[in-house]
Ligand binder design. Structure first.
Ligand code: M6R
Length: 607
């Protein structure tokens, strides 16, 4: 997820672009850059790190020019370096491009462009777009971009400048957001509304495969086949602060609702031809094939994703798997050898406990891999290979979309390992991959439970304690549901394997005690029902998460939250949604600081 802003008009472009970048940096802050066209030449400034670095640079050398583009980057392909920062300029400096998204066929395009004489200066997928457009340019910018984007696969929102047309700015999108802002004698391109709000309140959101040609005097929108489209102009009435959250009252709620998109971005391109496909992974398959044991190390929510993965690694890859809290790892004298794959799971890539644990594993000879959301962060730099979750920046302290995307990546890895180790045939892998591909749709449907969850949240906001129970793949979600409630609402909550209740915690149950039970379809469904009966028989309040129309669960439960039925393997990504929403709405009902709970920080960089 990156931010794009573009300006074409009578005045200087740079101030409008800088203002836009300042309002876009929540979309990523790995690097920032700007390009303007000044007297027939592109002038580019870009800096790694926060926007302040670019602003300092611009202060030292201000930019003139009345057309330009700006970009704030959240790195996906290529680390967060100056070289990889956008904008990217084509080989003969005729085209400049900024991009948000992922070009899945960038390797094939790169090979073709190299053969046509283009040299690549960055590791990004974006640079291929700049060279491709230049290579195809025959004088008409809109037509050139229209033909060029037909060759791109994946997701993109792009802004393009042409050296030979100083009055034109082109935008195009597929699966990544882009809008046009209509000003007085000037027009704008942006990833979303906050970037242009002080400049105009009249915007048109582009549809997939639409293109826009902006000049100071007007905007032309066309479809993929070149047919003109009427701009659908929206008048923005909300203010900048809520726009950054895209209208959501909190980042956490926005991030919960982003999960279908985040999962699509994470899974797309990795399920080619019935084999999980990790083009970016630097570890050769032969090395993965040799491993005899997996140790997953992580903290908090990421450790819960690891616990889900343990079931998948053992079931699908038949490889013994252990999950060790990173804060305990170093002090437990772990038995690690050259046949061990150590996996660090982390959203931020900066968690000190996890960093120390994975360094320790590497020092003891393990093959090390990170599952991480932030490109170029410390943990990916400390391991042999990294698989990125493409969740986009997670701002709310409570982890939501990072969790479900971590599970997706780890389960893809489990299928891959299973195939490499001969535990899974291609035929057996196919339905598993299909289930993973379908999970974003199931999560989208699960989000429809929100109104019902809000009612339950208001009713139980006064409870002093909560219990969460689940079994097998959904057992870690019992921990996760309890953690979400604790950190957001400050209500005491515990997660338990449902089968453990009778070994002690059942003593807590009375008619004031709410238990959230995850009772969706799967191998342990009947067992789960028995455990729920034990609670119901003692007057306990069951709030159950079940599949639609499940009369047996309904009979036992005070409240039922329905989520779509999926194969058990992928169900934790779906049942996580009501758990996140329940914690969120209880916290809102209690007027807690949802995005910044007391005593916590987003990245815990101390041991
Ligand atoms: O950035 P990481 O994934 O390494 O962070 C690990 C934990 O600190 C994190 O998941 C924490 O538990 C969250 N606040 C939970 O919502």
């Amino acid at each position: 997820m990156c931010g794009i802003i573009g300006y074409v008009g009578p005045g200087p472009a740079a101030p409008a672009i800088v203002g836009g970048l300042q309002r876009l940096d929540y979309r990523g802050y790995d690097s920032a850059g700007i390009v303007v066209l000044d007297r027939g030449r592109f002038r580019v400034e870009k800096m790694p790190g926060k926007l302040e670095n670019l602003l300092a640079r611009l202060k030292a050398s201000p930019l003139a020019g009345t057309v330009g583009l700006g970009h704030t980057r959240w790195a996906t392909h290529g680390g967060p370096t100056q070289r990889n920062a956008h904008p990217h300029v084509s080989g003969n400096a005729r085209v400049a491009v900024v991009h948000n998204g992922i070009i899945e066929n960038h390797e094939a395009l790169r090979r073709r462009l190299r053969a046509r004489g283009y040299a690549f200066r960055s590791e990004t997928d974006t640079e291929v777009i700049a060279h491709l457009i230049e290579d195809m340019h025959r004088g008409n910018p809109l037509e050139t971009v229209r033909r060029a984007i037909a060759k791109l696969e994946g997701s993109f929102a792009i802004g393009v400048l042409f050296r030979d047309r100083p009055d034109v700015l082109i935008g195009a999108r597929l699966n990544s957001p882009l809008l046009v802002g209509f000003g007085e004698g000037a027009n704008f391109l942006a990833s979303d509304a906050p970037a242009v709000l002080p400049l105009t309140r009249r915007v048109a959101y582009l549809e997939d495969r639409e293109l826009a040609e902006l000049t100071p005097g007007g905007v032309r929108i066309v479809a993929a086949d070149g047919t003109p489209r009427e701009p659908r102009i929206t008048h923005i009435t909300w203010d900048y602060a809520s726009a950054a959250r895209e209208g959501y009252p909190h980042f956490m709620l926005k991030e919960i609702h982003e999960q279908p998109r985040a999962l699509r971005d994470t899974i797309r391109g990795r399920t080619d031809h019935s084999i999980p496909h990790f083009p970016e992974l630097e570890i050769e398959p032969a090395k993965l094939k040799r491993i005899r044991r997996v140790v997953i190390t992580a903290c908090g929510t990421a450790a819960h994703a690891g616990l889900v993965a343990k079931y998948a690694f053992e079931e699908l890859a038949r490889v013994p798997t252990e999950v060790v809290l990173a804060s305990e790892f170093r002090y437990g004298d772990p038995v690690i050898g050259r046949d061990t794959l150590a996996v660090a799971v982390t959203q931020s890539g900066e968690t000190m406990d996890t960093l120390c644990a994975i360094r320790e594993a590497r020092a003891r000879g393990a093959l090390t891999l990170a599952v991480c959301n932030v490109v170029g962060s410390s943990i990916p730099r400390a391991v042999d290979g990294t698989l990125y979750t493409h969740a986009g920046p997670e701002i709310g302290v409570a982890s939501t979309k990072a969790y479900t995307t971590q599970i997706a990546v780890l389960e893809l890895l489990a299928v891959r390992l299973g195939m490499l180790r001969g535990a899974l045939t291609r035929e057996a892998a196919r339905p598993l991959l299909r289930a993973l591909e379908r999970v974003p749709d199931a999560v989208e449907k699960a989000l429809r439970c929100e109104a019902g969850v809000r009612t339950i949240a208001r009713r139980y906001r006064g409870a002093r304690n909560f219990m969460y129970i689940g079994r097998r793949y959904n057992f870690p979600n019992a921990y996760e549901g309890a953690l979400k409630l604790k950190e957001l609402s400050y209500i005491h909550a515990e997660g338990y394997g449902a089968g453990e209740m009778k070994h002690g915690p059942l003593a807590l149950v009375d008619n004031t005690f709410p238990t959230v039970a995850i009772a969706t379809a799967g191998r342990v469904y009947e067992k789960m029902l028995s455990n729920m009966k034990e609670i119901e028989a003692r007057g306990g309040i069951l709030i159950s998460i079940a599949n639609p129309g499940d009369a047996r669960v309904r009979e036992l439960s005070r409240h039922v939250i329905e989520v779509p039925e999926t194969p058990e393997l992928v169900s934790p990504m779906v049942t996580a949604v009501p758990l996140q929403l329940l914690a969120y709405h209880i916290a809102v009902a209690l007027r807690r600081d949802v995005d910044k709970p007391r005593n916590l920080a987003k990245a815990v960089t101390v041991e």
